[in-house]
Design a protein around this ligand. Sequence first.
Ligand code: FPP
Length: 245
Amino acid sequence: MGFFKKKHTPPEHRVLPKHIGIIMDGNGRWAKKRRLPRSAGHNAGGKVFRKISRYCSDIGIKYLTVYAFSTENWKRPKEEIDALMKLFKDYLEEALRDFKDDSIVVRFIGDKTPFSDELKALMIENEEGSKDRDGMVLNIAMNYGSRDEIVRAVKNICKGVKNEEFDIDSIDEDLVSDNLYTAGQPDPDLIIRPSGEYRISNFLLWQSAYTEFVIMNKLWPDFKEKDLDEAIDIFNSRNRRFGGV
Ligand code: FPP
């Protein structure tokens, strides 16, 4: 399909965040404003996800994590969940078909267990097929919840202690980080939340200890490349001290 192959040149002056997280929020409100079903908002949001992930890769972002489906989103009406699963399937098939010569490394963070066998196979195929690429790492958070991620890390660490792989006193922050889905990746420098909500919604809780948050008054389906540029400019205006002075 050749989505968004155009290259963009970053403005010279700015420091690029190495890792950006995005809570892709506001699809439902976007659809409601247009008297459309919520699924239409997700479809529009899916197009924006393709455009913005391509843009992030083009301007040189090294890691992008997008929140596509949370551990809590299963509470939504079946019709909406089915529409989202269809959207994920279409995207994953398209990514396999059209992005073969792409540099983007596709990873899924979250528990794959509850997804259909077909979707699980597509997720694994995308991960396997892209793992040797050298470009941006795109983490797609699906059935992801940060509390669930931390509970898993705790269980893994306890198993390690029980099996005498290490003792309790050697447990440190690095060991916890190494047991999260994002093991080996830098923490996000910037998390963007469109749609004006001031909430973290169980996204990257451990990893965002010193992340800069930018809340934007825009619904995700209306989000443009220039909005990402604006968020990066706001990030550049922040004075990051990491607890120092
Ligand atoms: C939150 O907005 C959005 C979601 C739960 C779904 C996000 C998914 C996408 C943008 C599609 C991504 C596609 C791929 C292929 C990864 P909301 O529905 O809660 O919006 P609302 O708060 O306005 O109701």
